[in-house]
Design a protein around this ligand. Structure first.
Ligand code: MEV
Length: 425
């Protein structure tokens, strides 16, 4: 049943028909896969192989964000309840301190070239370095437009790995400007390979971008005053600002000390980061792989954020992570909603986009820590989740809110309870 010869050559509509037949789908299933004649279906067909339809996800707007002094409405694509609300709340609470401020460390993407079959890798590295002018020319000739715009080859790093036999690894550092840069960097690495073999006397193995983009790191910082943290005024946790701050610092320390907690801590950060990366048509897996590897760069897995109490007694948070995102090329360029996301944020360079994404990651982490350290995550999360449960139980239209409200009132957010409520309605 899974052998569908010539499937890739068919149109979206023809493929859809084959799958409907093979999987016994009905007309409701057909509708759920989207219209095969609309613009999204043809974009899907351009983007991937064997497209049979599209898969819509919610796109929400995070409000209240101030990044480097500029207000921005941030589009987020996520299936998880409370992710968008958490950013709105966290951003509101640091508004009075000016929002989030960012800096960038580097703008380089790394292309790796693996050289094997050399007994003296250090000497081979010296030989290669003698040809840096040629390396620059070969790399830059791969992408003249990038060079024209001010980007291109920036330098070379060499590393020696002690495996079964020594390996020399070259890192080409390339400023890919407003592109994520995978295509340019991979082309450069492949183009250089024959010369690298002749200069080093070795055999080139892999030639590929590294997603540990630690030459393209963004840092974001924000301050939450104790007044803004005060849960006793707002009817929130009932804790005063100092107690909230101290509980959050203890929660952050837990993540510093324990990789099990750090993983969840970083997962929460990525809830926000990946949602904006996805909304802008960027590569979520690239950013995620880079983030987690960066989190483990000192030999143990650690949180991507750092929290401290500043001299005024306020809570100060900082995030630092690689951010390989672009605003040109790939799905970013082709997908109309990705374009729209960039337009809503008024983003016209990759650095600004990276700043906004890092800011969202930090604010997301703030809200998670605050909820966890005070009233617990379930109260806010479950009240939003109640709607999902209501829908899963079969509620439709106005029933959704009525069932969800009843679930919240009962304090039991379970599908079987939702079914009972629905029957009563
Ligand atoms: C849930 O998606 C994310 C959290 O678990 C993050 C965290 O624990 O910091 C709430």
């Amino acid at each position: 049943m899974s052998r569908l010869p010539g499937f890739h050559k068919l149109s979206v509509a023809e493929r859809r028909q084959q799958v409907i037949k093979a999987c016994n789908l009905d007309s409701a299933d057909d509708t759920a896969l989207g219209d095969t004649n609309d613009a999204m279906a043809s974009i899907a067909d351009q983007l991937i192989e064997n497209a049979i339809g599209t898969y819509p996800l919610p796109l929400g707007i995070a409000t209240n964000m101030l990044v480097d002094g500029d207000a921005v409405l941030v589009p987020m694509v996520t299936e998880e309840s409370s992710v968008v609300a958490a950013v709105c709340n966290g951003a509101r609470q640091c508004h009075s301190s000016g929002g989030v401020f960012t800096t960038h460390h580097g703008q380089g993407m790394i292309g790796q070239i693996q050289i094997k079959g050399i007994s003296n890798p250090h000497a081979a590295a010296v030989e290669i370095r003698k040809h840096e002018d040629e390396i620059l020319d070969i790399c830059n000739a791969c992408d003249p437009r990038l060079v024209q715009l001010g980007g291109g080859y920036r330098g070379l790093k060499t590393r020696v790995l002690d495996g079964r036999e020594p390996q020399l690894i070259l890192h080409l550092i390339v400023d890919t400007l407003d592109a994520m840069g995978a295509n340019s960097v991979n082309t450069m690495a492949e183009k250089l390979a024959p010369q690298i073999e002749s200069w080093s006397g070795g055999k080139v193995g892999l030639k590929i971008l590294s997603n540990l983009a630690d030459e393209r790191v963004v840092q974001a910082t924000a301050i939450w005053s104790v007044e803004d943290l005060d849960g006793s005024k707002t009817g929130g946790s009932g804790m005063n600002g100092e107690s909230v701050r101290d509980a959050m610092l203890a929660a952050a320390e837990f993540a510093q000390l324990d990789p099990y907690r750090a993983t969840t801590h970083n997962k929460g950060i990525m809830n926000g980061v990946s949602a904006v990366v996805l909304a802008t048509g960027n590569d979520t897996r690239a950013v995620e792989a880079g983030a987690h590897a960066f989190a483990a760069r000192n030999g143990h897995y650690a949180p991507l954020t750092f929290w401290e109490r500043n001299n005024d007694g306020a809570l100060c948070g900082t995030i630092e992570m690689p951010m390989a995102v672009g605003i040109v090329g790939g799905a970013t360029k082709i997908h109309p909603t990705a374009q729209l996301s960039l337009k809503m944020m008024n983003v016209n360079n990759a650095r600004r986009l990276a700043s906004i994404i890092a800011a969202v990651g930090l604010v997301q982490n703030f809200s998670a820590l605050k909820a966890l350290a005070t009233e617990g995550i379930q109260r806010g999360h479950m009240s939003l989740h109640a709607k999902n449960i209501a829908i899963a139980a079969g509620a439709q239209g106005a029933q959704v809110d009525r069932v969800a409200n009843k679930l919240i009132e009962l304090g039991t957010i379970r599908e079987d309870v939702a079914e009972d409520i629905l029957k009563e309605l």
